[in-house]
Design a protein around this ligand. Structure first.
Ligand code: S3P
Length: 442
């Protein structure tokens, strides 16, 4: 049975330091890459959420031994294409688009077939974006009209490809990079910019890769069949999870938060840059580099005079999962905010552009939604006292957490369905808001 939470009072002003759980993109990538290393890798602070547990379960089904405890996860890599499994093994990716798209690439040389499945939301998502480039490598993928379930059959005769990645999708880029691991010769990707964790991880593991920046594109070249060694790494906090607390502190009277040890890779910090443009009191401090990734603390203070923004769409991919939260901040800003080129938001766990527009209308904000843009008529005096119900959002974890942040910072009497959705990416979300002083009932 799906659970709901009830919130009927704003959070009292708070001033706290918090840590949040490990980054989801990094956790999935580090686990998958560890499976192809030779020997035992140890990953500290791996996110303990359903998307990551699905990743570990898929690896186990592919014959990889692993131990996962509270402190670290140990993965016994069997080398490139070292999987051993029965023909037509079924892998369930549950809700994780990242896992599903990435594992398609990782199976590039598996001659036995794999059947890839997922939950209701994942089964609605498009896989043509990875099927097309992976077919060019020689990998066979049968699909249900470009949707799950997929039947993937790798090949011993992989050919390197040249691909133009025009969706700004890190999942597509990474799926190609993972397929290239088993492929002789040089794979080339001309990619519109998106999060670059995989490229950094290749460098960290000394896998041959070069990246040239050219205008809007990254020209990526990698040479396959390099057998890398096992590794030890620590996953920093997830900026996408931190963002719920960034917005909560920003919109809650006299509040301040310091979120420690967060991944602040430039390809992920679009929210910080957009909020700075809005006049938000937000700072990145204590910056360092670890395992090839950038880490810092993020300090945010409640800001009363937020102003509207009209960002250049080139920033969208640097905040792709945070855009709905930024829209929420714009509801309380002075002026009309205007976001363009938002089409990719319609391809997430649910159509997040539709959800955001409906959500803002529900809380009394005028919006104009087109196929790929959103105009938000901000109201700096926004203060809610009505009754609000949030349901039917395909158990989209980020939709649930954004609704809780709105309820706690703007007021009103709320019932928010599907609280179990937080398990997907941020199982400790409700514990942390409780520690900050939030009152809610289940
Ligand atoms: C992700 C990339 C993004 C993002 C998703 C995680 C990744 O998706 O929305 O939550 O880890 O590569 P796209 O690649 O579809 O933009």
């Amino acid at each position: 049975m799906s659970q709901s939470i009830y919130i009927n009072q704003k959070i009292k002003s708070f001033k706290k330091n918090i840590f949040i759980s490990g980054d989801k993109s990094l956790s999935i990538r580090f686990a998958l890459m560890a499976s192809q290393a030779v020997g035992k890798s140890k990953i500290y602070n791996l996110l303990n959420s359903e998307d990551v547990l699905s990743t570990l379960n898929c690896l186990k089904k592919l014959g990889i031994k692993l131990k996962n405890n509270k402190k670290y996860c140990e993965i016994h890599g069997k080398g490139l294409n070292g999987f051993s499994f029965k023909n037509n093994t079924i892998l369930n990716c549950q809700n994780s688009g990242t896992l599903a798209r990435l594992i398609c690439g990782l199976l590039s040389k598996s001659i036995k077939s794999v059947i890839l499945k997922g939950d209701k939301s994942l089964s609605k998502r498009d896989f043509s974006r990875v099927i097309k480039p992976l077919n060019l490598f020689g990998i066979k993928i049968k699909s249900n009209n470009h949707k799950l379930p997929l039947k993937i059959t790798g090949t011993n005769y992989l050919r390197p490809i040249k691909w133009n990645e025009m969706l700004k999708s890190a999942q597509v880029k990474t799926s190609i990079l993972l397929a290239s691991l088993n492929t002789p010769g040089i794979t080339k990707i001309n990619a519109l910019k998106s999060r670059d964790h995989t490229e950094r991880l290749f460098k960290f593991l000394k896998i041959p890769i070069s990246i040239k920046k050219k205008n809007k594109f990254d020209l990526i070249k990698t040479r396959g069949q390099y057998q890398y060694k096992s590794f030890i790494a620590e996953i920093p906090g997830d900026i996408s999870s931190a963002s719920f607390f960034i917005i909560l502190a920003l919109l809650s009277k006299d509040s301040e938060i310091l979120i420690k040890n967060v991944n602040v890779n430039k390809t992920r910090t679009g929210i910080v840059d957009m909020l700075k443009k809005m006049n938000a009191k937000i700072k990145i401090q204590n910056y360092k580099i670890s395992n090839g990734e950038e880490i810092a603390d993020i300090n945010v203070k409640n800001t009363k005079k937020l102003k509207a923004i009209k960002p250049n769409p080139s920033i969208n991919s640097r905040a792709i999962d945070e855009l709905p939260l930024i829209f929420l901040a714009c509801s309380k800003a002075k002026g009309i905010s205007y976001f363009r080129d938002l089409g990719e938001l319609r391809h997430k766990e649910q159509d997040r552009l539709r959800f955001s527009a409906k959500f803002l209308k529900m809380i009394g904000i005028k919006v104009i939604e087109t196929k790929n843009s959103l105009k938000i008529y901000g109201n700096p005096n926004l203060n809610l006292d009505g009754k609000y119900v949030v349901k039917n959002f395909m158990k989209d974890h980020r939709a649930f957490m954004m609704s809780a942040v709105a309820a706690l910072s703007l007021g009103g009497d709320w019932k928010i369905h599907d609280s179990d959705s937080v398990k997907t990416s941020f199982p400790t979300f409700l514990n942390i808001i409780k520690k900050l002083g939030a009152k809610f009932n289940k």
